[in-house]
Design a protein around this ligand. Structure first.
Ligand code: PLP
Length: 451
C-alpha cells in the first residue's frame, strides 16, 4: 500500500482501511470484521449504515444541502431544534447548532460570557471546571479540560481557568468513601468559585459521567444536585457537557437529569447525529434566552456549516429513531446486563478491576499491579485495545494522568443479544491474550464473515 499522505494519529503505525460498516460491525479492506464495542468514539448510537437514517439523508440530499444561517433558516434545523426541546428537561427552550462537540463547548462558553456582559457583569470571565475531565480539542474547550496528556505542550497558550477536584468514587481525590464524604468533591467546586471571587465566575462546566479522561465515571449520587445548589448560591451558570452522555447513551436522554437537575446550558455532540454527519448543539435555558433576547437580541457566534440542512436532517432522523425505538430504555437494560457480564469475566480471571458506568457507557479499569500485589504484569489500556483489535473487537482507551488502565465499552444502543454474547467472548479472549503474548500475535480478527 502506498505511504499515507494523511496525518494519522500515530505516524509510525499503519492503519487498516475501513471500507464499509453495518450495524455493530466495521469491515476493513481485507474483509476483516470488527465488532464496534465503542461506537467509534462513543458516537454511533444507532449503529452503522442504519437504513432509516440513510433514507432521510438521501431525501435531504435531493432537496437542499446548504443554506447560510444569516440568509435562511431551514426545515431540518427547525424540526431538530423543536424535537430536541421536546426531550430536554425543564426550561431549556432553544438550540444553537455547531459541527462538533468542541465547537459546541466553545459556543456554550461564549453564550455564558455574552449573557453576563448583557447583564452588566462583564467581569464574569472565569470558568470553573474539574480535574480529570475532557471538553474538547480547541484551545477554549481544552483550556477547561483536566486532561493532562491532551494539554501537554499547550499549557502556555491555554486559558488558565481554575479546576476543582474530580468527583470519582473509584479513586476519591480526598481518600474518602461515599458513606461519610459529605460530597467533598462538590465542596471543592464551591471553594474554587470562592477562591476566584464569585462575582468573577461566569459558569461551572462538568461532564455528568466523565468519559475520555477517566472512563465512564458517573457523578456520585447527589453530586449534580449539590452543584446546582452551589451555582444558585453564587449566581453562577451551570453548563453540562453531555457530548458523550446526551441522546440516550446512559439510559436516559440526558445524564444530568439523574438528580433532577436542569442546567442552564447542555452541550451535545457525538450521538446527536451518531456519526452520520458532523453536528454539535447547545441547548439554551430560559434564563439565558431571556437575558440575551431582552438585551442585544443578537447571537454573533457561528460557524459557516453550523445548522446546515444535511447535518441537521441526519440529526433529526437519529433523534426520531432513538425515540421510536426507545433506545434510552434499551441502553439501561442492555447496559446493566453487559456490566454484570464484564464484571464476571474479570472476576473469573481473578483480576482486580473496577467495572462501572451508566447504561451503555461502561468502562473496565484494571488495578495498578503494584496496588493489586498479585505479581501479574498489569494491563494497560493501550495493550488491551491493541489485543482486542487483533481479535476483531474495537475498544476505546480512556484516562489520563494516574488513570492509564481503563477501557471504555460503549457499543451502539441497538446491539443485539447475540452480539453482546460475542462482545463478552472477544473481550475475554483479548484479556487472555494479555497473559499470553504468543496467542495475541497469532489471533486474527474473523475474515470475510458478516458478523
Ligand atoms: C465530554 C466531551 N466533550 C467534548 C468533546 C469534544 O467533542 P469533539 O471531539 O466532537 O470535538 C468530547 C470528545 O470526546 C467529549 O467527550
Amino acid at each position: 500500500m502506498p505511504a499515507s499522505r494523511v496525518l494519522n494519529p500515530d505516524l509510525r503505525r499503519s492503519y487498516p482501511r475501513a471500507v464499509r460498516a453495518s450495524g455493530c460491525y466495521v469491515y476493513d479492506e481485507h474483509g476483516t470484521a470488527y465488532l464496534d464495542a465503542c461506537s467509534g468514539a462513543i458516537v454511533v448510537n444507532v449503529g452503522h449504515g442504519n437504513p432509516e437514517i440513510l433514507r432521510a439523508i438521501g431525501a435531504q440530499l435531493a432537496e437542499i444541502t446548504f443554506s447560510y444561517r444569516t440568509h435562511f433558516t431551514n426545515g431540518p434545523a427547525e424540526e431538530l431544534a423543536a424535537e430536541l426541546i421536546e426531550v430536554a428537561p425543564g426550561d431549556l427552550s432553544h438550540v444553537l447548532f455547531t459541527n462538533s462537540g468542541s465547537e459546541a463547548v466553545e459556543a456554550a462558553l461564549r453564550l455564558a460570557l455574552q449573557f453576563w456582559q448583557e447583564r452588566g457583569q462583564p467581569q464574569r470571565t472565569v470558568l470553573v471546571s474539574r480535574e480529570g475531565s475532557y471538553h474538547g480539542a480547541t484551545l477554549g474547550s481544552l483550556g477547561l479540560s483536566g486532561h493532562t496528556a491532551r494539554r501537554r505542550g499547550l499549557e502556555a497558550v491555554l486559558p488558565q481557568w481554575p479546576r476543582a477536584a474530580e468527583a470519582n468514587c473509584s479513586a476519591c481525590p480526598f481518600g474518602l468513601t461515599r458513606s461519610s464524604c459529605a460530597l467533598q468533591c462538590a465542596q471543592s467546586v464551591a471553594d474554587a468559585i470562592v477562591a476566584a471571587g464569585p462575582e468573577r465566575v461566569a459558569a461551572v462546566v462538568v461532564e455528568p459521567v466523565v468519559g475520555a479522561a477517566a472512563g465512564a465515571v458517573p457523578a456520585p449520587a447527589g453530586y449534580l444536585r449539590a452543584l446546582a445548589d452551589i451555582c444558585r448560591r453564587y449566581d453562577v451558570l451551570l453548563i453540562a457537557d453531555e457530548v458523550i452522555t446526551g441522546g440516550g447513551r446512559t439510559g436516559r436522554w440526558f445524564a444530568s437529569a439523574e438528580d433532577g437537575v436542569v442546567p442552564d446550558l447542555i452541550v451535545l455532540g457525538k450521538g446527536v447525529s451518531a456519526g452520520y454527519a458532523p453536528l454539535g448543539a447547545v441547548l439554551v435555558g430560559a434564563r439565558l434566552w431571556d437575558g440575551i433576547r431582552s438585551g442585544s437580541g443578537r447571537v454573533g457566534l457561528g460557524h459557516t456549516y453550523a445548522g446546515n440542512p444535511l447535518s441537521t436532517a441526519a440529526g433529526l432522523a437519529v433523534l426520531r429513531y432513538v425515540r421510536e425505538h426507545d433506545l434510552p430504555a434499551r441502553a439501561a437494560a442492555v447496559g446493566a446486563d453487559l456490566l454484570r457480564r464484564l464484571r464476571d469475566v474479570v472476576d473469573r480471571r481473578g483480576l482486580a478491576a473496577d467495572v462501572r458506568g451508566r447504561g451503555l457507557l461502561l468502562a473496565v479499569e484494571f488495578a495498578d499491579p503494584a496496588a493489586a500485589g498479585d505479581g501479574r504484569p498489569g494491563i494497560t489500556a493501550a495493550a488491551l485495545v491493541a489485543a482486542a483489535q487483533r481479535r476483531g473487537l474495537l475498544l476505546y482507551p480512556a484516562g489520563t494522568g494516574a488513570v492509564q488502565r481503563a477501557v471504555i465499552v460503549a457499543p451502539p444502543l441497538t446491539i443485539e443479544p447475540a452480539e453482546v454474547d460475542q462482545l463478552v467472548q472477544l473481550f475475554a479472549a483479548a484479556l487472555d491474550d494479555m497473559d499470553d503474548p504468543a496467542a495475541s500475535d497469532s489471533a486474527v480478527a474473523t475474515k470475510g464473515a458478516d458478523r
